[in-house]
Design a protein around this ligand. Sequence first.
Ligand SMILES: [Zn+2]
Length: 236
Amino acid sequence: MSNKIFALDAGHGGKDPGATGLGLKEKDVVLEICKQIKGYMDSQYPGIDCRLTRSKDAFTSLGDRTKKANQWKADCFVSVHINSAASSTANGFESFIYTTDDEKSKSHSLQQKLHYPLAKIWTEKGRKDRGKKKANFAVIREFKGASVLLELGFIVNQKDNQLLRRQDFIKSNVTTIGDAVASYFGMSKTKPETPVYRVKVDERQVGAFSKTENVARAVTTAVKSGKSRINVELVK
Ligand SMILES: [Zn+2]
């Protein structure tokens, strides 16, 4: 199977913070999510070439984002955003395709793949599924192919904001988006899951990590605090 190109667009950046509220900036949250999605795709789906329209905190115009993706001849384009509203009670997840995309469009199929599993993880946390929507947003209008814009919660809403600070919740968004795009391409994971190491000190688990650098850090901390009964086991 030939490689597919997945253009991933972290909204805003640099002088444009996007939505801000309760100590978070949209540009930072979406960049972190997109970097994690790229890491996930690179490790789990070797057949997908995931490319970021921006990979650091730099201003990138809307035109540049779609110009890059169109030059790459990307097979799909996903733009990641966090919502804002005048009311702090607004909450939950929604997805957008371009105004004239109909039921037969590729964007509609991609939206179907992304929307339902994402809505599931948001509603499981008691947040709203705000629905599959259409809008005249520049990035989804100008990209020549399947494109979806995601609004992952509201930065000004207390509960959404708290969820966006949780690594486990970010991770579920990351893997859900990654798996949905792979499913849109008709691909499944070809590699086993990444290993997980469990670190125990005095028979008590102090952490479970995939990265060996985190295992090393946990072991070092235990050694420094005078512990000697340290055990590292490979879970899977
Ligand atoms: Zn935004």
